[in-house]
Design a protein. Structure first.
Lengths: 330, 330
């Protein structure tokens, strides 16, 4: 973590349920997909918080709900002292310029009919009153910052490779000098050698511009690489949150332990000698998450208590939060 | 030892409107019975096309196997008639594809799809094939196999579909299983299950496995030998321990450096490879990695470097300068 540890974003008991309707004529609300189910965390200014988890764990929904791209079902999202959940649309827009997003799929998140210049200047059109010339200069500057040739302004997205497109997405997110950037799986569709380029760029930009990131991904090693602290999610809940070293050296939640042991290690002698914790079965549906602890159906430690009582998400040692009845300090 | 599969100077091109895409450019190697070979490379390196060429699954037009030999069990597969080839596919060589969602037929039950191959290749009747299909589902670890036989693919989760695909591939006890990125679409905990399953089955059944992937972490723990491919060439090949310990091609070194490690020290920078892979429509005359290589020199543009023996058993590399770069002290 950086020396400056003021809280930029405070999320408390955030819930996002997507309703399921049934019936053609008399459409009734029959159930909910509990995508995010009571999640709390802080993001400090200047740090990178990693959100990691498998398909359907709610990591992307957390990111989108924090920006109010989805309306939260319940909970507080406090950005720099203001509860943005309570803001009206106009006030919200003023806050949005301080938070931006980089999307997963660089093929779907850039409009194919817009030039790179107009894509990057779109946030400037919405949020600033810059003149045409000023906007042009800013776009050129942004292209340079993300390592693209400034002469590319009039090209279209299809003329670029995946890695270059992701750079365009990054340039767009930087256009209005945001404080917080939510990176939603920004590298998962890229090749390994290109992933490293983009991650290095994100790290450089953070150092240069003092950005705060929420970095969402399913790749545990990459999240650990870029994050200062990381949160492990499972079925809509944060299972464990701690400093990147602490969580690696002392994972307390059985899911974190299993997840870490499942990560491929690019070292044959180590990969063959380690003990793997194999989880049985599949991830349950978030429509009907298991009663009690959401993880109990796959947990090697689960007992009757876990099947009945949802464990409290608590701070076991300073800065290390775990939601497990049997988490211990060893 | 007698080799199971010998590929000699295999070349596959695609004739497109834009020109000739040179996907596989004369690759040669062999596999022993029971060997696990990892084929590693990024998008467009020809790893999948080369496997499809072995099974002659290249759609023509636009694709065409231009030349080479594929010796399997004493026959050149490229010289077989289509009828003879059909007896090889799924019977002697089976393939598991990347996307388990789209490689199962949605309108037939899983049981039917597995028994189909048994009836076709093994001449079993319906009952016998169904019984065997059930045994196979048990073998790959699908619970309640007798009920699951009558399920359609959409009733299976991603991991279960991939297990069903593996069951199907194993149904005729192939001598070679080609697995084309079988875990890329899956979550890490499910990926760990599938890798364990394939290792276990390989040991029990003694078949050879070709595991195609972009992930150097996945293959580290399971393969004996690695082929690293780039732009349709094998640029380095060797025993797995040696490839990870003494990578001798600048691309392999870069690829390994691009991977974050779970156990890395804080502040580690990823060694990314600059630039993009070459355009397969216009491959350079010399080394295809030239434009991205930090060690490039004038000699590299002259012609494609041949694969040379590095002095370690079976470790070969295609680089003009590997001796001066990596064997300075020696």
């Amino acid at each position: 973590m950086t020396t400056n540890s003021t809280v930029l974003l405070r999320v408390r008991n955030l819930k996002k349920y997507f309703p399921i309707y049934s019936g053609l004529v008399l459409s009734r609300h029959v159930n909910d997909v509990k995508a995010v189910d009571d999640v709390s965390f802080d993001v400090y200014r200047g740090e990178t918080l990693g959100l990691v988890g498998e398909t359907g764990c709610g990591k992307t929904t957390v990111g989108r709900t924090v920006l109010r791209l989805y309306e939260p079902t319940a909970g507080q999202i406090v950005f720099d002292g203001t509860d943005i959940n309570a803001l009206g649309e106009n006030e919200l827009r003023a806050f949005r310029r301080r938070m931006q997003m980089i999307f997963q799929d660089p093929y779907a998140s850039l409009n194919p009919r817009m030039t790179v210049g107009s894509i990057i200047s779109a946030p400037l059109d919405v949020h600033t009153k810059l003149s045409k010339k000023e906007k042009q200069d800013r776009v050129q500057e942004l292209l340079k910052i993300v390592g693209l040739n400034p002469d590319f302004v009039n090209r279209y997205p299809h003329e670029f490779s995946g890695g270059q497109r992701q750079r365009i997405g990054i340039a767009r997110s930087l256009a209005i000098n945001p404080e917080l950037i939510i990176c939603d799986e920004p590298i998962s569709s890229l090749d390994v050698s290109i992933q490293a380029q983009v991650v290095n760029l994100l790290e450089e930009l953070q150092d240069k511009l003092g950005l705060t990131y929420i970095f969402i991904a399913h790749d545990l090693s990459m999240v650990r690489h870029i994050s200062d602290r990381m949160a492990v999610m499972y079925l809509g809940k944060v299972m464990e949150l701690a400093d990147r070293n602490e969580i690696y050296l002392r994972p307390m939640h059985p899911y974190t332990q299993a997840l870490m042991s499942a990560v491929p290690v690019p070292d044959p002698s180590r990969a063959r000698n380690r003990q793997r914790i194999l989880l049985e079965g599949d991830i349950p549906s978030p429509v009907n998450p298991p009663v009690g602890c959401h993880f109990h159906t796959r947990c090697p430690w689960a007992d009757e208590h876990c099947r009945q009582v949802d464990p409290e998400y608590r701070e076991i040692v300073p800065g290390h939060f775990v939601a497990c009845h049997y988490a211990r300090i060893n | 030892m007698e080799s199971l599969l010998t590929v000699k100077n295999l070349q596959t091109n695609f004739y497109t409107e834009d020109g000739v895409v040179r996907a596989v450019n004369g690759i040669s190697y062999s596999m022993r019975p029971g060997e696990i070979l990892g084929v590693v490379g990024e998008s467009g390196c020809g790893k999948s096309v080369h496997a499809m060429s072995i099974l002659r699954l290249i759609q023509s037009p636009p694709g065409k196997i231009e030349g080479g030999e594929v010796w399997f069990n004493g026959r050149d597969l490229l010289q077989l008639t289509e009828d003879e080839m059909r007896k090889v596919r799924g019977h002697e060589i089976a393939m598991v594809f990347q996307d388990p969602m789209s490689s199962l037929n949605p309108v037939y039950t899983v049981g039917f799809q597995i028994s189909e191959a048994l009836m076709l290749h093994k001449g079993m009747d319906k009952q016998a094939a169904r019984k065997r299909a059930q045994e196979l589902l048990v073998l790959v670890g699908i619970p309640e196999a007798s009920k699951r036989l009558d399920n359609y693919p959409h009733q299976f989760s991603g991991g279960m579909r991939q297990r069903a695909m593996i069951a199907m591939a194993l149904s005729c006890e192939p001598k070679l299983l080609i697995a084309d990125e079988p875990t890329t679409a899956l979550d890490v905990t499910i990926q760990a299950q599938i890798i364990n399953l394939v290792i276990k089955l390989q040991q029990e059944l003694g078949m050879a496995v070709m595991w195609i992937t972009h992930d150097l972490g996945v293959v580290a723990e399971m393969v004996n030998t690695i082929n690293v491919m780039y732009a349709g060439y094998i640029i380095e090949r060797g025993p797995v321990m040696d490839i990870y310990k003494n990578p001798t091609h600048p691309y392999t070194v870069g690829l390994l450096g691009s991977l974050p490690r779970l156990d890395e020290a804080p502040g580690t920078k990823l060694a990314s490879i600059p630039g993009l892979p070459p355009d397969l429509l216009a491959l350079p005359k010399g080394c295809p990695f030239y434009a991205r290589c930090v060690y490039r020199a004038a000699q590299c543009t002259e012609s494609m470097p041949p694969l040379e023996d590095t002095g370690t058993a079976g470790h070969i590399v295609a680089c003009w300068r590997w001796k001066e770069i990596f064997r300075k002290g020696a």
